[in-house]
Design a protein around this ligand. Structure first.
Ligand code: GTP
Ligand code: MG
Length: 311
C-alpha cells in the first residue's frame, strides 16, 4: 500500500461523522472533499435527512465520511428517525468532525443539544472544523473564539479552518483528518464512492431544486420518491435516462404552490433538476414529475422506509 507523504507513514482508515447544527455547511464540506457534488446543499435548514456514507480514498488513507442531518426538535416520526440515526452514527465512528461557523459567537440551542450528545455518547475524539472563514474578517481570531466555546466540553484533538464553498483549507483538512485515523487497511474498495444508490441521488437532486424554488414550510413538507429509473447503462437500446418521480407534499395548497400558475413552477424545477441529473449521470434525461398530496407523510412508516430513514 502506498504511503501518505513519506516512506514510513502507515496507511490509515476509519469512519468520521460530519456533524453540526443545521446549515453550517456539512454537506458542502463533504462535496468539497469528494471533489464532486454528491450531497445536496441549500440555504434552508434541515436539507440533509439521511446519514449517508461517502468514501474518500487518498494515497495515504481512506476516510468514510458520514453526512448527518443538522437537528431541530423532532416533532414527527421523521424527525425522531433522523435523531435516532444521528445517535447511532455518533456511536459507531472513530471521530466526529464538528462543523461550526467562523462567525459563531455563542452556542445556540441546536449547538448545545448536539454537543451534549457527542459528549455523552462516548469519549469520541472531536475534530473542530471552523467553516465559512470567507465570512470572517480575521479567520484565526474567529477560530480561537469558536474553540473557546467548546473547550472543556468536548475532547477536541484537532482543528481546521476552511471555507467549504470556496475550497479553502479543504486539502489540509483532509490530510489532518486521515492522520487522526488508526492505522489499518481500507474499509471499502478504493473505487467505491459511498452507500448511496443512483435512485437516492436522483431523489436528492430533485428535492434540492424544490428547496431552491420554495419558501416557508413547503421545503420541510416535501419528499421525493423515484418510481422508475431506466438508464441506458441497464437498457442498452435506450439513449435517454428515464426517471419518473413523485413529489409528496402534505396539503393541497402546497401542491398548488409547487405546480405554480400554468404549471410554471414545476417546469422550472423539472428543468433545473434535469440539467443536474444529466451532469450527474452522463446521459440525456427525460424527467417525469408528479406532485401528490399525502397528508402527514412524515408520520408514514412506508414512506420513511423508502427514504431509508427507518428500517
Ligand atoms: N459563505 C459561505 N457559505 C457556505 C460555506 N459552506 C456552505 N455554505 C452555505 O451554507 C448553506 C448551507 O450549506 P449546507 O452544506 O446545505 O449545510 P448543512 O450543514 O449540510 O445543512 P443541513 O443539511 O440542513 O444540516 C448553503 O447556502 C451553502 O452554500 C462557506 O464556506 N462559506
Ligand atoms: Mg446537509
Amino acid at each position: 500500500m502506498k504511503d501518505l507523504d513519506n516512506g514510513n507513514a502507515p496507511y490509515r482508515s476509519g469512519i468520521a461523522a460530519v456533524a453540526g447544527r443545521p446549515n453550517v455547511g456539512k454537506s458542502t464540506l463533504i462535496n468539497a472533499l469528494m471533489g464532486w457534488k454528491y450531497s445536496i446543499v441549500s440555504s434552508k435548514p434541515q436539507t440533509t435527512r439521511r446519514c449517508t456514507r461517502y468514501i474518500l480514498s487518498k494515497e495515504g488513507g481512506q476516510v468514510v465520511l458520514v453526512d448527518t442531518p443538522g437537528l431541530h426538535r423532532p416533532f414527527h416520526l421523521m424527525g425522531r428517525a433522523m435523531e435516532n440515526n444521528l445517535l447511532t452514527t455518533l456511536s459507531q465512528v472513530d471521530l466526529v468532525c464538528l462543523v461550526t461557523e467562523a462567525t459563531d459567537r455563542s452556542l445556540g440551542p441546536a449547538d448545545r443539544i448536539l454537543t451534549e450528545r457527542i459528549a455523552k455518547g462516548s469519549s469520541v475524539p472531536v475534530f473542530l472544523v471552523v467553516n465559512k472563514t470567507d465570512l470572517a474578517e480575521d479567520p484565526a481570531e474567529s477560530a480561537e473564539r469558536v474553540r473557546k466555546l467548546y473547550e472543556g466540553v468536548l475532547d477536541i484533538r484537532e482543528e481546521a479552518l476552511v471555507s467549504a464553498e470556496r475550497g479553502i483549507g479543504v486539502e489540509e483538512f483532509a490530510r489532518k483528518l486521515i492522520a487522526m485515523l488508526p492505522p489499518g487497511p481500507p474499509l471499502y474498495p478504493q473505487d467505491e464512492l459511498g452507500d448511496f444508490s443512483e435512485r437516492f441521488l436522483a431523489e436528492e437532486i430533485i428535492r434540492e431544486k424544490v428547496l431552491e424554488q420554495t419558501e416557508e414550510e413547503v421545503p420541510h413538507s416535501v419528499a421525493i420518491v423515484v418510481e422508475e429509473f431506466k438508464s441506458p447503462d441497464e437498457y442498452p437500446g435506450r439513449d435517454t435516462l428515464f426517471i419518473r418521480a413523485d413529489i409528496y407534499v402534505e396539503r393541497p395548497g402546497q401542491k398548488a404552490i409547487l405546480i405554480g400558475k400554468g404549471g410554471r413552477k414545476l417546469k422550472t424545477i423539472g428543468k433545473a433538476a434535469r440539467m443536474d441529473l444529466e451532469r450527474q449521470f452522463g446521459h440525456k434525461v427525460y424527467l417525469d414529475l408528479w406532485v401528490k398530496v399525502r397528508p402527514r407523510w412524515r408520520e408514514n412508516e412506508t414512506i420513511l422506509k423508502r427514504m431509508g430513514l427507518i428500517q
